[in-house]
Design a protein around this ligand. Structure first.
Ligand code: 6GU
Length: 226
């Protein structure tokens, strides 16, 4: 899978893209993440990518030309399954959306900024508008990073144990059960006895009961849906 992220702040994404699981996934050849600086595509001699809004509103608006030029250059190289725009008024990103997007081949994520982008870009080039939650960020870079992380870890082979993505919180609308490691007794804080029993069926039963209890207590809304 390949993700192309278009941004005015590439340095915000560099660390993320070249660190940890994402870096390993790229080295293994499982995913490619390319970050594009929108300023490289502007025809403006001052490298500007935004302009004043028509109508005299406050704030700046990202102009059509650089965005169109960048997306067109990418599309000339390969077909894209989705051209995503990060915006607080988009569809709410969640685990089902991450699952769906992890099955795609090529994705573009355009990071929103300033007051917004010229609406014609949204009408003509964007295929999906996504928000990561009901709060406002200064730009779409963190949203693009959140989405890329959630998507890439689902690509087969990225996580060492594929089970570990399938047993995530949310994959079955249940929160995950607590986990523990050695020592079994730390300063008198004890690991639940059943986990030390070696009794596999009992452990599975405990795990499900914990998941249900935690979901009921912390996220009852997950049990109500559908
Ligand atoms: Cl995708 N962008 C911005 N700027 N703010 C957000 C968001 C996106 N999702 C939640 N808040």
């Amino acid at each position: 899978m390949r993700i192309d992220i278009i941004t005015v702040l590439p340095e915000m994404l560099d660390g993320f893209v070249n660190t940890s699981i994402l870096a390993r996934a790229q080295k293994k050849g499982l995913v490619e993440i390319h970050v594009h600086n929108l300023r490289d595509y502007t025809l403006d001699k001052h490298r500007r990518v935004d302009d004043y809004p028509f109508g005299g509103f406050a704030g700046m608006v990202m102009a059509c030309q650089p965005i169109d030029a960048c997306i067109s250059a990418l599309k000339a190289e390969r077909e894209y399954d989705e051209v995503i725009f990060t915006t607080p008024d988009g569809e709410q990103f969640d685990q089902p959306m991450a699952n769906e997007l992890s099955l795609k081949r090529n994705l573009i994520i355009l990071c929103g900024h300033y007051k917004g982008i010229d609406y014609r870009i949204r009408e003509h080039l964007i295929t999906k508008e996504v928000s990561i939650g009901d709060y406002v960020l200064t730009g779409g870079e963190l949203a693009a990073a959140v989405m890329s992380d959630a998507i890439v870890r689902l690509v087969p082979g990225v996580l060492s144990d594929e089970q570990s993505a399938l047993s995530d919180s949310f994959q079955d609308n249940l929160l995950a059960a607590p986990v523990y490691t050695r020592p079994a007794d730390y300063k008198g804080w004890k690991v639940p006895e059943v986990l030390l029993s070696g009794h596999e069926a009992k452990i599975k039963e405990w795990e499900l009961a914990q998941s249900l209890e935690r979901t009921q207590r912390l996220r009852p809304d997950l049990l109500e849906e559908k």
